[in-house]
Design a protein. Structure first.
Length: 117
């Protein structure tokens, strides 16, 4: 039998308050046996045998190539991993806008100088 603190939920081997984490003086009995879960397997998708496009439902024809041949397979996450590994260079994205940013900054500086004078 395992006991848990009634306030923070920390497990304790004995019913011997106070809790070493939060100092609460009440423990509840807790059954530490694992619940009976069912392994439902991995997520399956329907893959077109002609073009390789993955569909979440078996609803032929394939939306990419029109094939009727869809087979149930484990999803392939390599393309997602490749996409996540690519890092965006923010400098490369902002580089075309640098002249515009410079003009706005200069106009703001001129405006501040005119207001002060």
């Amino acid at each position: 039998m395992v006991y848990r603190c009634a306030r923070c939920g920390k497990p304790h081997p004995r019913d011997d308050p106070p809790c070493t984490d939060c100092g609460h003086n009440s423990f509840d009995e807790y059954d530490d046996t694992t619940s009976g879960t069912v392994d439902t397997g991995g997520n399956l998708v329907w893959q077109c045998q002609d073009c390789g496009r993955e569909h979440v439902k078996h609803s032929p024809p394939c939306s990419r190539c029109g094939s009727q041949d869809l087979r149930k397979v484990e999803p392939d996450y390599t393309e997602l991993d490749r996409t996540l590994e690519q890092r965006t260079e923010w400098g490369a994205i902002a580089r075309p806008y640098l002249p515009l940013i410079g003009v706005i900054a200069a106009a703001g500086l001129v405006l501040i100088i005119l207001i002060v004078l």
